[in-house]
Design a binder for this molecule. Sequence first.
Ligand code: BTN
Length: 246
Amino acid sequence: MKYKIIKFSIIDSTNNEAKRIVSSGKAVPSVILAHIQTAGRGRYNRKWEHGQGNLYMSVLTPLECHLSKASELSFVIGLATYEVVDTLCNKIDTIGANDNITNNIKLKWPNDIFIGNHKLGGILLESITHTNQTWIIIGIGLNLQKAPTKYSVSLKDCGVTIKPDDILNMIIESFQKYKQMWSLRGFSHIRTLWLQHAYKLGNQVNVGDMNSSITGIFESIDETGAMILRLSSGETYNMSIGEMFF
Ligand code: BTN
């Protein structure tokens, strides 16, 4: 699929812009990039902090499967982002500057990217329907230059210097590759690859939402992308929505 690239120096939110494009009735598959976001949003409507020089992009793509399978795209884009970050960090590793970054790049269920125990970026998946066509918006925020909080990390902190416009092209290319793999081989293949980089797999984790949480061993993800937790009772619990606190 060919994506139209649309760039802004400043915008409220690239995901909002994607929604406006769909509402205008003139949507085509697009990638929206902004250098500054004044109202960036994270999951659960949290504010997504703006750090100068970071990546703010949204992929706008028509829904080509059942809506219930659209969340699989967050694993597809997660793998693409992982691959790009890994490639960039590997270049640094081969010149001996830091040889354990690449082993510490992880995908945190359901859609964050971590280096060590710090967040490098996040993904916000949304959908919007206009005249019978549903579109999926995949928003990606990645700390290239600046880690906005003490819980986050930037690629610059890892010795990697890359501009938003350059990493955008790498992510689109890798996304196309994994999206095709998803169409040809199905989610089970994506799931297997994703699990190879899963943060805290096999460890005790606490997952939930604003209201409740549950603790167990992170055993796997199931065929829908839900997290499989082994509880202290020995039973398993499949968690389809929520986030992992530790
Ligand atoms: C999260 O970790 O909560 C998801 C963060 C997603 C942030 C990106 S930045 C580009 C796009 N536009 C937004 O307003 N949000 C996403």
